[in-house]
Design a protein around this ligand. Structure first.
Ligand SMILES: Cc1cc2nc3c(=O)[nH]c(=O)nc-3n(C[C@H](O)[C@H](O)[C@H](O)COP(=O)(O)OP(=O)(O)OC[C@H]3O[C@@H](n4cnc5c(N)ncnc54)[C@H](O)[C@@H]3O)c2cc1C
Length: 379
């Protein structure tokens, strides 16, 4: 079989390796618009590549029922065994899983060597803008014929690393339903002026509040920016917001800097500190944060601070753009595809990875999906 893979990202590379393992006689060419393959892989996990998550579960994704189907077929142990078969030892830091080299660069080099060993051809600097079916097979631009075409073109996040979403116009012209693409896993822009606390980090419990109701909550470190708020906890909340509430203009974030204490217990601690120092709040938060939170009118008191530190409310103005986004919310609908991710209308056309309307939270879930989808498509 002559196969064309569009996109040398994680999903396209994984698919090519798996397909060659199952069908060594196949001829595979990967078409990649960038001059170098796997550029996004290099940026993952701060250059360490968090490629799996040992506690992966369907609820870590926007479409738990389809991911459950995939994980029932290929549970975590199976995903680990794929890397073992490829000669890539793994390193576990709690549930986060990295290549043992702890280097995305080494990891990508290993993958590229495996592609080379298996005679997978790479056509770099080749942007696919159209495809069509002729009598003898599929043609991509004017290249073909191919028996099978696999789109691993990603979404529109971090376009400087390759995936710009342009191909979705062509895919839509072929009749596929596409859930609008929105930046996921990225910071929020806030209505409040937060420049004076830009650069401040604090562990916190953050709740997404819609119409006065707490709809989602996570704990982690937040980082303030010149015009907004960032951090893994914020990224995860942003994906939820982008998918379900992006048209709401009443969305707020309630930040609790001391979730491990009740307001009553925090008050006791603050009162203890207030007995020994006039600057008693410095033991709890930075000077910048104290100044930001100072009461607009009236006196500050331990009671004021205990309440303020557990109930800081910010108003969401917008989300950052695709340049700051780690994953795309939206993509090709699964209703157009079989459970092997083959098109129901164009036999031999497959979609994998982030191009699909499936995304996960931070923690190795999106690269896990790249692998899971490649496994399904290469069955
Ligand atoms: C900064 C950053 C850090 C991240 N860290 C992690 C992490 O630690 N763990 C994790 O699980 N996930 C992480 N992610 C998300 C993860 O990297 C992606 O979800 C995953 O790489 C998607 O793989 P993909 O192959 O589907 O798409 P992509 O990696 O986007 O690859 C698509 C490829 O297709 C090419 N392409 C697109 N259109 C065309 C075309 N028309 N013709 C030819 N080629 C085309 C692109 O150039 C690109 O190389 C991170 C993302 C970013 C941006």
């Amino acid at each position: 079989m002559n196969i064309a893979v569009v996109g040398a990202g994680a999903s396209g590379i994984y698919y090519s390796l798996l397909q060659k393992e199952r069908h060594p006689e196949d001829s595979i060419t990967i078409f990649e618009k960038e001059q170098k393959p796997g550029r996004k892989i290099l940026a993952t996990g701060n250059g360490h590549c968090n490629l799996l998550n040992a506690s992966i579960k369907p609820e870590d994704f926007n479409d738990p029922s389809f991911v459950k189907y995939a994980l029932d077929k290929y549970p975590y142990q199976y995903l680990e065994s794929v890397f073992c078969k490829w000669g890539i030892p793994l390193l576990k830091k709690d549930e986060l899983v990295y290549p043992l080299s702890y280097s995305a660069k080494n990891y990508l080099n290993q993958l590229l060597r495996l592609l080379d060993d298996r005679d997978v051809k790479l056509s770099l600097g080749t942007t696919i803008t159209s495809y069509k079916k002729k009598k003898d097979g599929y043609y991509l631009n004017d290249k073909g014929p191919f028996d099978k075409v696999v789109f691993g073109t990603g979404g529109a996040s971090s376009p400087k690393l390759g995936s710009d979403g342009e191909i979705f116009n062509e895919i839509a012209d072929h009749g596929y339903d596409i859930e609008p693409l929105v930046p996921g896993l990225c910071p929020f822009i806030l209505k409040e002026k937060v420049k004076t606390i830009s650069g401040q980090r604090h562990k916190a419990s953050v709740s997404l509040v819609i119409n006065g109701k707490n709809v989602y909550q996570e704990e982690g470190e937040v980082l303030f920016k010149d015009d907004g708020i960032s951090g893994i906890v914020i990224f995860n909340i942003e994906s939820k917001f982008a998918r379900e509430y992006k048209d709401r203009n009443d969305a707020k974030l309630r930040v609790d800097f001391f979730p491990e204490y009740s307001e009553e217990d925090l008050l006791k601690l603050i009162k203890e500190s207030a007995k020994v120092s006039k600057e008693y709040m410095l033991g709890f938060i930075s000077l910048e944060m104290i100044n930001y939170l100072l009461p607009k009118s009236g006196k500050q008191s331990p009671e004021y601070w205990a309440h303020a530190l557990k109930n800081i409310v910010f108003t969401i103005k917008d989300v950052y753009d695709f340049a700051s986004s780690q994953v795309t919310v939206g993509g090709i609908h699964l209703k157009n595809l079989t459970s092997c991710l083959e098109s129901k209308t164009e036999k031999g056309v497959y979609f994998i990875g982030e191009s699909l309307n499936i995304d996960g939270i931070c923690g190795g879930f999106n690269l896990s999906w790249a692998l899971l989808s490649a496994l399904l498509a290469s069955e």
